[in-house]
Design a protein around this ligand. Structure first.
Ligand code: SAM
Ligand code: SF4
Ligand code: SF4
Length: 378
C-alpha cells in the first residue's frame, strides 16, 4: 500500500490527500470506522456563500467585505460532486443532504439534484435527497427542486417575531418571506418539512413557545438545536447554551409532551409528541447529550474536502483525487482507486468530539482551528 500523505494548507483549512491503496480490490463493501460506525449519510456543502449573517454562524465582523470566499474554479463541479456521491453510495451512503453556506445560492442547484436523483444504490434505489436552507429563496425554487427529485427540505428559522428574526439573521431579512418558503415547500410536496431553530440563551429563547405554537398542528416538525461550539468565529460560550431539557420543560408546561422512539439509528434529534395529537417536535442536544456513538455522517465541502466530524480540524482532499493534483504530481484516480481511498479514510475514523468536549482531548481539539459551520454545513 502506498502511503501518500501530502499536507496542503490553503487559506481555508488544512487537508491532506488520502492515500490510494495499491490493492484496490480488497476495499470493504460497507466499511465501518474505529468505533464500528457505518457510513450512511453524506452532507454536501455546495457553496461557502450566504445571504444571511446569523450571529452564531457567520458573524458580520468576520464575514465582511474583506472575507475571501472561494473562487468558482475551486468549487467541485456538479459532475465531480455526482461522481463522488456515486462512489460514496457504493460504500453505504443512502441519504444525501445538500447544504452550505446557503445552498440555494448555487446556480442551477436543481440540475445537481436531478443528477444525484439519477444515482442508484446497489439495491437499485435512488438516494434519499434532502436540503437544508435558510428559506430565503425557497418560494421561488420549491417546485423546481421537487421536480428534479428532491425528497424533503429542512428550513432554518430562529424566531417568529420579525424583529427578533431580523436580529438573528443580521441582514434585516423578514420572517414572512421564510414562512412563504415553507408554505411553498409544503405545496410542492417536499414534506414533511422540518424547521430548525438554533436556541441561543438570551438571544432568541423567548421565541421557543411562540415557534412551538405556530407550528403545532401544521405537520411541520420543529426541531430545537443547542447552540454549538462549531468553528472559531462565533465567540461561543457555554452559558449561552440552553439545554434541550429546558426547551422541553418550557413547552411541556404549556402543551403536554411525551417522548417517541427514534426513527432510525444515528438520528440526531430526540423526538417528542404532543399528548393532544398536534404533532411532534425534536431536540438536537449535541452539547448536553452527545450522540457520537451512532454518528454515521461524512461531510464533503464545496471544494471537495472530506470531513468526518462537524468539529474536525483536518480534512481529506478528495478533489485532488478527482482532478489530480499538479502540486504533488498526482494524476486523477479511477473510480476503483477513489472507492478504495475513501473506504480507507472511513475505516480510520475515530472522531467523537461531542463526547470528548469536557475532557483534555476535547479541549486540545478546541484549541486547534476547526472548520466553520458555513463551510461544512449543519
Ligand atoms: N444556510 C442553510 C441554513 O441555514 O439552513 C444551510 C447551512 S447552515 C450552516 C445549517 C444549519 O446549521 C442551520 O440549521 C443552522 O441554524 C445551523 N447552525 C449554524 N451554526 C450553528 C451553531 N453554532 N450551533 C448550532 N447550529 C448551528
Ligand atoms: Fe447562512 Fe445558514 Fe449560516 Fe445562517 S446558519 S449564516 S443562513 S449558512
Ligand atoms: Fe458526529 Fe462529530 Fe457530531 Fe460526534 S461531534 S455526532 S462524531 S459530527
Amino acid at each position: 500500500m502506498s502511503a501518500r500523505i501530502i499536507p496542503i494548507v490553503d487559506h481555508h483549512y488544512a487537508a491532506s490527500v488520502p492515500s490510494v491503496p495499491a490493492d484496490t480490490g480488497s476495499a470493504p463493501q460497507q466499511p465501518t470506522d474505529r468505533f464500528q460506525r457505518p457510513l450512511h449519510d453524506l452532507r454536501i456543502s455546495v457553496t461557502d456563500r450566504c445571504n444571511f449573517r446569523c450571529t452564531y454562524c457567520m458573524p458580520k465582523e468576520i464575514f465582511d467585505k474583506h472575507y475571501e470566499f472561494l473562487p468558482h474554479a475551486d468549487l467541485l463541479s456538479f459532475e465531480e460532486i455526482t461522481r463522488a456521491a456515486r462512489i460514496f453510495m457504493s460504500l453505504g451512503v443512502r441519504k444525501i443532504r445538500l447544504t452550505g453556506g446557503e445552498p440555494l445560492l448555487r446556480k442551477n442547484l436543481e440540475r445537481l439534484v436531478d443528477m444525484l436523483h439519477g444515482l442508484r444504490t446497489p439495491e437499485g434505489l435512488p438516494p434519499e435527497l434532502t436540503l437544508t436552507t435558510n428559506g430565503s429563496i425557497l418560494a421561488r425554487k420549491a417546485t423546481l427542486l421537487k421536480e428534479a427529485g428532491l425528497n424533503r427540505v429542512t428550513v432554518s428559522l430562529d424566531a417568529l417575531d420579525d424583529a427578533a428574526f431580523r436580529q438573528m439573521n443580521d441582514v434585516d431579512f423578514p420572517v414572512a418571506e421564510v414562512l412563504r418558503g415553507i408554505d411553498a415547500a409544503l405545496a410542492a410536496g417536499l414534506g414533511p418539512v422540518k424547521v430548525n431553530m438554533v436556541v441561543k440563551r438570551g438571544a432568541n429563547d423567548a421565541q421557543i413557545l411562540p415557534m412551538a405554537e405556530h407550528f403545532r398542528g401544521t405537520g411541520v416538525v420543529l426541531r430545537f438545536i443547542e447552540y454549538m461550539d462549531v468553528g472559531n468565529t462565533n465567540g461561543w460560550r457555554m452559558d449561552e447554551v440552553l439545554p434541550s431539557q429546558q426547551v422541553i420543560d418550557r413547552i411541556h408546561a404549556a402543551h403536554a409532551l411525551h417522548p417517541l422512539e427514534p426513527h432510525s439509528v444515528g438520528e440526531t434529534a430526540q423526538r417528542w409528541a404532543y399528548d393532544d395529537g398536534a404533532g411532534e417536535i425534536g431536540v438536537i442536544s449535541s452539547v448536553t447529550r452527545a450522540f457520537c456513538g451512532d454518528c454515521n455522517r461524512a461531510r464533503l465541502s464545496m471544494e471537495g474536502k472530506l470531513y468526518l466530524c462537524l468539529f474536525a480540524t483536518h480534512g481529506h482532499d478528495v478533489r485532488a483525487l478527482l482532478r489530480g493534483d499538479p502540486r504533488s504530481g498526482l494524476a486523477p484516480v479511477s473510480d476503483e482507486q477513489l472507492r478504495a481511498a475513501l473506504a480507507q479514510v472511513w475505516t480510520t475514523r475515530d472522531d467523537r468530539y461531542s463526547l470528548l468536549r469536557g475532557t483534555a482531548a476535547g479541549l486540545a481539539q478546541r484549541a486547534e482551528r476547526r472548520v466553520e459551520m458555513s463551510y461544512i454545513g449543519g
